[in-house]
Design a protein around this ligand. Structure first.
Ligand code: KG4
Ligand code: ZN
Length: 365
């Protein structure tokens, strides 16, 4: 199926209500005609995490408005579409259900095919939308809710090389910021504070570097920051701005070391299969961190692998990535039956054991 495809994407699996229209034409390639994202940060702020019931209600109230706005901004009507792509999981069940039911309703009313998208596949396919990467490429998803290495083999096949066994790195940045009295989201705050700090002052652990493979862990590192802070307070009655800067810099250096070393190992596994055009892409909020990004870029240069990082607005949750994943699936004929069901837990790589536990933003896979 190689003619022009115009797809509506719908995303509601966590705390962003989003709709977008993406068109793919053979010559020019993909174009994002519109992308609407309504965040729910304000609604959840005072609870210190996403409240599923509040998220579900907000999605149910706002989704159809977002879809209308996306169609209007794109200058298309439902009649101009070739299909409707919707996040069918993993995520918070209430939000996923709102999206899937809306997509099924639109599908029934218009006769358009409905395509269920794994949210992680949306993130993982984004470098093809933004940078035109060819399969197979290696991907690191690194955000407040995700942390995993994936080899994207084709539009529907992803091989998971490893991931976090506890917190996601963004979650660790957020918790460290909280421990040190910095506002949320913590990542940019910790990065800013670290600018004036000494990354070698505190010898923090580099979890799981002593274990083979690509799994990661960040929970112990966060606890080590807590203990160091408490030791400073016990010693001097408080921490100075310089202590805080040094702790932030030391923490960021530890995260960077862990991510870089695990990326080096993931690249080695990926290169073993002999990809024709070796490529690595990083996506997710933590990819905005200048120190981490530069270290990953250097690692790729040393390994002879190209480096890509989609623009931040397409790294964080959005519906353009869902519409694009819909285009990718349609092009290989992977369309779902009309009774597409939500899947709150849905590992991208079914061959790998599912991740246990649930982060502050809901199920991880
Ligand atoms: O991808 P994202 O916007 O949302 C989800 O997690 O779904 O990622 C947000 C996460 C937050 O935990 C935030 O603290 C982190 O990304 N983050 C950063 C930076 N900017 C955002 N972490 C480290 N350094 C940054 N500059
Ligand atoms: Zn996401």
């Amino acid at each position: 199926m190689e003619h022009t495809l115009t797809i509506l994407g719908i995303e509601s699996s966590c705390d962003d209500t989003a709709a977008a229209v993406v068109r793919h034409a053979l010559g020019p390639g993909p174009t994002i005609l519109s992308s609407i994202v309504e965040g729910q940060t304000q609604l959840h702020a005072r609870f210190g995490g996403v409240v599923p019931e509040i998220a579900a209600r907000a999605h149910a109230e706002r989704l159809d408005h977002c879809v209308e706005a996306a169609l209007q901004q794109a200058g298309v009507s439902l009649r101009d579409l070739d299909g409707i792509a919707v996040t069918a999981g993993p995520g918070l069940i209430g939000g996923v259900m709102s999206g899937v039911m809306l997509a099924r309703g639109l599908g029934a009313a218009t006769g358009l095919p409905v395509i269920g998208i794994n949210h992680l596949a949306g993130h993982a396919l984004t470098p093809r939308l933004t940078d035109g990467l060819a399969f197979p490429y290696l991907m690191l998803l690194v955000s407040g809710g995700h942390c995993q290495f994936l080899i994207a083999q084709d539009a529907v096949t992803f091989h998971r090389l490893g991931g976090t066994i506890d917190d996601a790195p963004g979650e660790a940045f957020d918790k460290v910021a909280k421990l040190l009295g910095l506002p949320q989201p913590g990542g940019p705050q910790v990065e800013q504070a670290a600018l004036g700090g000494n990354p070698r002052r505190f010898a923090l652990p580099r979890p799981l570097l002593d274990r083979a493979g690509c799994d990661l862990s960040f929970s112990g590192l966060k606890t080590a920051v807590l203990r160091t802070r408490d030791a400073l307070i016990a010693e001097k009655g408080g921490i100075t701005v310089q202590d805080r800067a040094d702790l932030c810099a030391s923490f960021q250096a530890a995260v960077t070391d862990v991510l870089t070393e695990k990326t080096r190992r993931a690249i080695a596994v990926y290169l073993d299969a002999g990809p024709a055009v070796p490529a690595f892409a990083v996506a997710g909020g933590v990819a905005a961190n200048g120190v981490i990004r530069a270290a990953l870029q250097d690692m790729c240069a040393a390994a002879g692998v190209s480096f890509a990082a989609p623009p931040l607005a397409l790294c964080t949750d959005n519906a353009a990535m869902i519409a694009w994943a819909g285009i990718e699936r349609m092009r290989v004929g992977a369309i779902d039956p009309a009774d597409l069901a939500p899947r709150p837990r849905w590992p991208l790589d079914a061959a790998q054991a599912g991740m246990l536990g649930s982060g502050k933003k809901g199920a991880k896979a």
